[in-house]
Write a protein that binds this ligand. Structure first.
Ligand code: GLA
Length: 490
């Protein structure tokens, strides 16, 4: 997979004459305990991942080792990713019926394929939300320029959407354990009131189109009722929210969840838990405020999940902030662990700091180099550490294999395939051109001697170009690049 990211700038950008090569995988730390194993007696440990995580072997090694208890798609299973406007409008045109929304899981496929292949339980996130839900979904003819639909029509749309969502998922992925679903996300304000009615708008807002159509939060019960009707067996249904420790919000969520549970349509509450350790003493929320809400949620007897845990440090984090963060993480995890009988999963929101939505304040357990931070060690401190799996260490190479150039011509500068006296990306291009079209881009014997810089003597291949690129990118410090092949006798 290739991910090209540009930030800022108004101009068109051409990318030309580029070479795609595989960056060597950074090894993750194998000699630290697996979080899933450490907390196996208590709850599943999971994470939320994005498509670019899937193309990073190192990130996915961390996921496999620590977070394989539960995975959430960072964005790809939200309404804006699943609802297909063109298909909705086409269906409407064909049938005259604009109450049957059309869904597609094409954005989520890489994620779902990964979960299926690795047998990882999935948290569905999320069906009904004011954010990341297109305004056209609430308008006549699925057209933004039209009027809002009536509550009656929206209820039909909602039922058909939830039905299609689950039917499509079950049909495409009958083997995945969709064990949890955030049916409704973030419907109450911090004061325990419905959101303001209105469009989400292109730049995002806190308004709710659901409230605009229904006039209140009555859509929540409908959503849970349909979710119960169409969700696969064994899929538990949650109400999920942030700032869930604000007292009025806590009470409102508990009142609503208890009522919906009594009606048989809701199983649990998701505490997002986007927390902020700051310098420790000024953390938001304080550990005691968080604990108070957590304990209250647990007292309901409903299933509780921590669904999006991350803990920011203060701005411009230092080593000291990481220590303060570690202490806060530990205190919070201690509260969570103490309620393990009520909590079925703890899901982190991101794997490494640099990939987080709050990357500038290092909120996760692993740093950009895939190394465990003080916060990782703090949350496992004092817990029983399962015996680590034996890993075999590869003995360092002490003797390089015999080096021959494969030609009688002398090497002038290994890697300098175009013989211009320097080693740069042009040499990699030269090698790849020669491989791709030997007639047009033949190397002279001198160039060929210089080009053979990966396991010299092994012939000129794309691996020689890759070795030059690695040198250019400072991933290796010199040529030749020697890599032990399976059939070598050392
Ligand atoms: C909320 C949502 C998540 C995600 C995070 C930010 O908590 O529930 O889906 O968007 O914000 O990344």
């Amino acid at each position: 997979g290739v991910y090209v990211y540009f930030e800022g700038g108004q101009d068109d950008i051409y990318i030309d004459e580029f070479v795609v090569s595989q960056v060597p995988t950074a090894e993750i730390e194998q000699d630290i305990p697996s979080l899933s194993a450490v907390f196996a007696d208590a709850f599943k440990i999971g994470n939320a991942i994005t498509p670019n995580n899937l193309s990073s072997k190192s990130t996915m090694d961390l996921v496999e080792k620590h977070f394989s208890g539960s995975l959430t798609a960072g964005n790809e299973m939200k309404p804006d990713a699943v609802l297909n406007q063109a298909a909705c409008q086409a269906y409407f045109e064909e049938t005259g019926d604009d109450t049957v929304p059309q869904v597609s899981f094409s954005a989520a496929k890489p994620f779902l394929n990964y979960c299926q292949k690795n047998n990882i339980p999935v948290r569905i996130h999320t069906l009904v939300w004011h954010s990341q839900t297109p305004d056209w979904f609430f308008k006549e003819g699925y057209d933004n320029n039209n009027d809002w639909v009536s509550p009656e029509k929206m209820t039909q749309r909602m039922e058909n959407y939830i039905k299609a969502y689950f039917e499509e998922l079950i049909e495409l992925y009958p083997d995945i354990d969709f064990y949890a679903c955030d049916v409704v996300n973030e419907a109450w304000t911090d004061e325990g009131k419905p959101r303001n009615p209105g469009e989400q708008g292109s730049s995002g807002s806190n308004n709710s189109a659901w409230v605009k159509v229904y006039g209140d939060n009555s859509f929540i019960e409908l959503a849970f009722t349909y979710a119960r009707q169409y969700a696969p067996e064994g899929c538990k249904l949650y109400y999920n929210d942030f700032n869930e420790y604000m007292p009025d919000k806590t009470d409102k969520i508990i009142e609503m969840a208890t009522e919906l549970n009594a009606k048989g349509v809701l199983d649990g509450i998701g505490m997002q838990s986007h927390l902020d350790a700051r310098s420790g003493s000024d953390a938001f929320p304080s550990v005691s405020v968080y604990k108070k809400a957590l304990d209250k949620f647990c007292e309901t007897g409903l299933d509780i999940q921590i669904t999006e845990l991350d803990v920011t440090t203060k701005e411009n984090p230092t080593a000291e902030s990481h220590e303060q963060q570690a202490q806060y993480y530990k205190d919070i995890m201690d509260c969570i662990y103490a309620q393990k009988d009520s909590i079925s999963a703890v899901v982190f929101w991101g794997v490494t700091d640099d990939q987080s939505w709050r990357a500038n304040r290092d909120p996760l357990l692993f740093d950009a180099d895939y190394k465990a931070k003080p916060a990782f060690y703090s949350i496992i401190e004092g817990r029983e550490i399962p015996t680590p799996v034996e890993t075999t260490t590869v003995a360092p190479i002490t003797t390089a294999p015999p080096v021959t150039t494969g030609t009688a011509v002398e090497v002038t500068l290994l890697g300098d395939a175009n013989n211009d006296g320097i080693i740069d990306i042009a040499d990699a291009t030269k090698i790849l051109q020669a491989i791709g079209n030997a007639d047009k881009y033949a190397l002279t014997p001198e160039q060929a001697a210089n080009a053979d810089c990966y396991n010299p003597g092994s012939g000129i291949t794309a691996l020689d170009a890759l070795a030059v690129q690695k040198l250019d990118a400072k991933l290796i410090t010199s040529l030749p690049e020697i890599v032990i092949e399976d059939d070598w006798v050392l």
